[in-house]
Design a protein. Structure first.
Length: 564
């Protein structure tokens, strides 16, 4: 009887004729994804929208959300040849066709590229689809196809002696971040940015495989980003700010399934005294649940306060309600040796403050990885297991060019541990000794794409006008410094820090139905793979002041989006 009533309620709700739009702008969409956020700096879009929970649901007043610029001829129009509508309330249309390519000349580089993998050589991602709506029911089908040449490159296997290799596996046996995805070309199809939803007023419930982004960061996010392919998840989320007596709220709650890559950390694997160093990871799939919520206090326009939290566990450990919804339980120490706590948790608190009068914003996210302290100990040593992201942006309109401006963006991400005991205990971000895939999906990080123990600093200066953007990006990327201190600190050899210094020219340009995007980046990798030539280590005077290996990688990206 109960199932029959639920089915009847579902049918009734589906047939309700409401003007509901759950069309999303996928995370990382060239030009479109950041355009709406830039509008907020100019005071030209909803000031109560936080942009801290994506994918973004644009304003439904525009019939075609892929033409947001009013200067474009496609603005507020829908091409009759690629869209459908009938008198019963059904409507649908083709979604943009996207083709993104990239080439790395020497070794893998880059993140926030969704279904693409870290690979040398040529790689392409193709996406297309259709969107349909009937009453409160919406279906978005937008699969993705990836091909990567996945060419051979020198990785840690080529650079390590037996002892150092053993320490490498101490870390990467507990996180699913393979250096190379197999030994040949890589081809895979995904559900991509697809969903099926029931939508009512400001809320949406459904099943989705879309990429998620939580928090205010632009280059990195601590808990959810588009570094990895999207995963299957049920979602209950807001589609626009919910107004209350104390301000506006936005948020998302998910439960989902994470998959394993199936690849070893290195191919081929290293051994120690003829014993393989790789310890196979459990093949069980992982259950993940989490939420993000943001509040815009009505007393302080432009200010957003929020938090995120996630937890994952192996499906075999699911049982009590607490294992399905662990964040409703109080914070407890997480231990790999206590069955009640066989899960991997992290949380963050963030703020974003927008000043439209100054055309600027500042944001900050502070996270804790696997809370292992009491409140008292956390207050005494707040840097224990912490990470943070800090950024600011300033848009300076150009008086001689209507609608144009110079956008300056700065962002710093810090994941490296500051507690030596924690470093030696291998308790770095995204790594877990019980959930041995760590905080990953299909071999890539769910959070910050720079990965465990890493830090980065990015400066971007761009000319922007509507959807158009031309810019210069400078970046410093320090690879897994927790691993450095765990492995090399006792040598006192400060030269082994692996640092990438990069400079890139990038741009996005809309023309008629097309959006073109391109990026040309040069990357100098200093002490690549933490490598020092063994010959210098045995030389008279030791290895000090002898430069490590430097690698140069040229990355070329190009793509186009065709909007129907």
């Amino acid at each position: 009887m109960m199932l029959r009533r639920c089915a009847l309620l579902f049918v009734v709700l589906t047939l309700i004729k409401l003007t509901v739009n759950a069309q999303t702008i996928p995370v990382g969409s060239p030009a479109l994804d950041d355009y709406y956020r830039r509008l907020q700096l100019l005071g030209q879009t909803d000031s109560s929208a936080s942009f801290t929970s994506r994918p973004f649901f644009p304003d439904t007043k525009n019939k075609n959300v892929f033409y947001p610029d009013s200067t474009e001829k496609g603005y507020n129009k829908r091409d009759a040849s690629t869209s459908w509508r009938n008198k019963d309330g059904f409507n649908g249309y083709l979604l943009p066709l996207g083709i993104q390519t990239q080439i790395n000349s020497d070794h893998p580089y880059g993140w926030n590229d969704g279904a693409m993998i870290p690979a040398k050589g040529f790689q392409t991602l193709i996406s297309a689809g259709v969107y349909a709506q009937y009453g409160i029911l919406t279906i978005q089908f937008r699969p993705e196809f990836v091909y990567a040449a996945n060419s051979y490159f020198e990785d840690f296997y080529n650079k390590a002696n037996a002892t150092i290799g053993a320490r490498y596996y101490d870390v990467y046996n507990n996180v699913d971040l393979p250096a190379r995805f197999g030994t040949g070309s890589y081809t895979k199809a995904y559900w991509g940015q697809s969903s099926i939803r029931l939508n009512y007023k400001s809320f949406s419930f459904g099943l989705s495989t879309e990429n998620l982004w939580w928090g205010p960061g632009i280059r990195n996010s601590l808990l959810m980003s588009n570094d990895a392919p999207g995963f299957k998840h049920f979602t209950l989320n807001t589609t626009k700010p919910v107004k209350t007596a104390i301000g506006c709220f936005e948020g998302q709650f998910i439960i989902g399934r994470l998959e394993n890559s199936g690849y070893e950390p290195l191919t081929p694997g290293l051994s120690y005294f003829n014993n393989p160093l790789y310890v196979p990871k459990p093949t069980d799939w992982r259950y993940i649940t989490g939420f993000t919520v943001s509040w815009q206090p009505k007393w302080v326009p432009g200010l957003f306060l929020g938090m995120t939290r996630s937890a994952q566990t192996y499906s075999k450990d699911l049982g009590s309600l607490g294992s399905y919804l662990p964040f409703f339980a109080p914070f407890k120490p997480v231990s790999a040796y206590e069955p009640i706590n066989q899960r991997d948790t992290r949380s963050s608190w963030f703020t974003r403050w927008v000043w439209p009068e100054e055309h600027a914003e500042v944001y900050f996210e502070y996270g804790i990885d696997n809370n292992t302290n009491t409140v008292r100990n956390s207050l005494l040593q707040p840097n224990d297991g912490r990470a943070y992201i800090f950024g600011l942006r300033k848009l300076m309109p150009l008086s001689g060019d209507k609608g144009a401006g110079i956008l300056v963006s700065i962002e710093a991400t810090q994941l490296g541990e500051t507690n030596p005991a924690k470093t030696l205990g291998l308790t770095e971000w995204y790594v877990n000794p019980y959930i041995r895939q760590g905080y990953t999906n299909l071999g890539q990080s769910l959070g910050a794409g720079i990965g465990p123990g890493a830090n980065s600093q990015t400066l971007d200066v761009s000319w922007v006008k509507g959807l158009k953007r031309l810019g210069l990006q400078l970046e410093r990327y320090l690879h897994n410094d927790d691993f450095y201190y765990y492995t090399f600190d006792d040598t006192g050899d400060w030269r082994r820090h692996w640092v990438d210094l990069s400079a890139a020219l990038n741009g996005e340009w809309n023309y008629n139905n097309f959006i073109f995007n391109a990026k040309l980046m040069g990357v100098y990798s200093l002490d690549y793979q933490w490598y020092i030539d063994p010959a210098t280590e045995s030389a008279p005077g030791g290895p000090y002041y002898v430069p490590g290996q430097t690698k140069f990688n040229l990355q070329v990206q190009a793509g186009l989006t065709y909007r129907f």
